[in-house]
Design a protein around this ligand. Structure first.
Ligand code: FAD
Length: 518
């Protein structure tokens, strides 16, 4: 979960689940200077002079990502321009046992790109070439530092766009999207990043450049690309990504509907999907989130609404027209008392402005807040939202809800005032309890922001020790020396020759001859 203060993501002493001073997770500043010197030497040989930063003050620019209350100054930052340069640095890291962390734009909200004090931060900001846009194959090959929206900008003249649209799409990178399996408002209809990445050029933690997936569909063998998407930089570094492009729709219609309560809005969501209609997006905001958005953007959301839905339909004009009538009817049948239809791009942008600025807007009504991210089956929405409301009233901690209702991806914003003694701790407890609610309703501790360092400690609430060890076997197969983004995703070091967990002897899978311990 990410903690923000006011409208900015800034530092603060709010307790996190893994303390940044936990050197097992973040590294020791004095760790093996000889090894770091050797890696620095190689980096100087292969990179242009401006591609390497080792000045302490400049290094601090990279000390955090979007989860800014965790901060670690890296030992070295490199900015490669080519896959070969990146691979040479990774190879040196491998030879000298130095950890490395990949970083795209640093907008991640789970501390995934938090550097290691004893490691190298590999920043992809100078790998921003769109290598090719192949309209006839409906795909593009881009370097990892390319900004999400720039893929769409490159494809639009040919009538295509890149569908996954995180709210950060103006700044986040495709490499970061791949590593986080990022989602967005339009992923309900079009799927998450994993459905749009069809190939990757990839630097293994040993420094080899390999190709995963590719142009032909359904390659035989294990789905290694599938393993890499969403692996949060723990399996290696993507140096090029082949993405699927989607045809621009003939028509787009956006509807804003006001409901008395989140229950009614949730029922309308289920009714729409139940009727066989899959809108491009269905987003929900509750009364507190509406209040914040209204104060910040004057988006004209209906007064007195307990919840609003932003529903967008796209596709062939005839289909959109037909479905739009049906969606309006279903909203009305489920209690919508106000509806506004965008008739031009400006009106559409205003409706979306309220939703897309909601995280920052909450700074208008609370000095500090935690952005939580969890997911539940869509049909559990009314029950879980009621349970969150109960948690809020019993604890006295206010919670605003803004979320992708269509796919059950919640973003509760837990409000508090750091100046009030104990308020941060109370907010943290409510935030953790919301994750428990997600798990107990068949959901997950993260919908799209990833585990990173922030939620590593929550993994055992969702997975058994055996589950976690099995995942570690996959990680060890790629990275037996645990140098790729160590300390992230998993709660404690296990297997790979690290401190053993509960299993004192061999892992059950190893004992059964089903897996090999490295
Ligand atoms: C205002 C705001 C709104 C957001 N909205 C959304 C949203 O709607 N949906 C959503 O899913 N997320 C959202 N996010 C979170 C974030 O933008 C995404 O997780 C995004 O994909 C991160 O991209 P990045 O380039 O900033 O990656 P970074 O933060 O730099 O890195 C993220 C992770 O990816 C790894 N990584 C980066 N590049 C590579 C690479 N080339 N190879 C291997 N690993 C790599 C890093 O090690 C790290 O673990 C939002 C963030 C903000 C600040």
């Amino acid at each position: 979960m990410s903690v923000t203060h006011g409208t900015e993501l800034t530092a603060g002493p709010v307790p996190g689940s893994v303390a940044p001073e936990d050197t097992e997770a973040t590294g020791r500043p004095d760790a093996d200077p000889a090894a770091m010197a050797a890696v620095t030497r190689v980096a100087r040989q292969v990179l242009p002079p401006t591609g390497l930063i080792d000045d302490h003050i400049k290094l601090r620019t990279y000390e955090c990502d979007g989860l800014a209350h965790y901060k670690v100054t890296p030992a070295l930052v490199v900015l490669p321009e080519t896959a070969e340069q990146a691979a040479a640095v990774v190879r040196a890291c491998s030879e000298h046992g130095v950890p490395f962390v990949a970083r795209g734009s640093g907008t991640g909200l789970s501390g995934g790109a938090l550097p290691r004090a004893d490691g190298v931060l590999i920043v992809t900001a100078r790998m921003r070439a769109v290598r090719e846009v192949r309209r006839e194959d409906q795909r593009a090959v881009v370097e990892p530092g390319v900004i999400n929206l720039d893929v769409t900008r490159a494809a639009t003249p040919g009538g295509y766009y890149y569908a996954p649209d995180p709210s950060s799409q103006q700044i986040c990178s495709i490499g970061g999207n791949l590593a986080e399996n990022s989602g967005g408002a339009h992923c309900l209809k079009y799927g998450f990043t994993t459905n749009h990445v069809i190939g990757a050029e990839f630097v293994t933690p040993q420094g080899d450049i390999v190709r995963l997936g590719g142009l032909a569909p359904d390659a035989p063998g294990y789905d290694l690309l599938g393993a890499v998407v969403g692996s949060e930089g723990t399996l290696g570094l993507a140096t090029a990504v082949t993405v699927r492009l989607v045809r621009l729709p003939e028509d787009v219609r956006t509807l804003l509907a006001g409901f008395p309560s989140t229950d009614d809005a949730g029922a309308a969501t289920s009714a729409i999907i139940g009727a066989g209609i899959v809108p491009a997006a269905i987003e929900m905001m509750d009364a507190l989130a509406i209040e914040a958005a209204e104060a910040a953007t004057h988006c004209g959301y209906p007064e007195g609404a307990g919840a609003v839905l932003v529903i967008e339909l796209d596709g062939p004009r005839v289909e959109v027209e037909h479905e739009f009538v049906e969606v309006e009817r279903l909203c009305r049948d489920n209690g919508a008392f106000a509806m506004r239809v965008a008739t031009d791009p400006a009106e559409r942008a205003l409706i979306w402005k309220g939703r897309k600025s909601a995280f920052a807007a909450v700074g208008r009504i609370s000095p500090d807040y935690i952005v939580q991210d969890g997911v539940i089956p869509r049909t559990a929405l009314p029950e879980v939202l009621r349970a969150i409301a109960d948690l809020s009233s019993s604890s006295g901690v206010r919670v605003a809800n803004v979320f992708h209702a269509g796919d059950g991806n919640l973003h509760p914003l837990v409000l508090f005032d750091e100046a009030i003694e104990g308020a941060g701790r109370a907010a943290e407890e409510v935030s953790g309890a919301i994750l428990d609610l997600c798990i107990s309703h068949g959901g997950s501790i993260t919908g799209e922001h990833g585990v990173g360092i922030d939620k590593a400690a929550y993994m055992p609430r969702m997975f058994s020790d055996d589950d976690l060890d099995t995942m570690q076997l996959v990680r060890c197969a790629f990275d037996p020396d645990s140098i790729a983004n160590p300390g992230k995703v998993f709660p404690t070091p296990r297997l790979c020759g690290e401190v053993p967990g509960r299993h004192k002897g061999a892992h059950p899978l190893v004992e059964a001859g089903l897996a090999e311990a490295f």
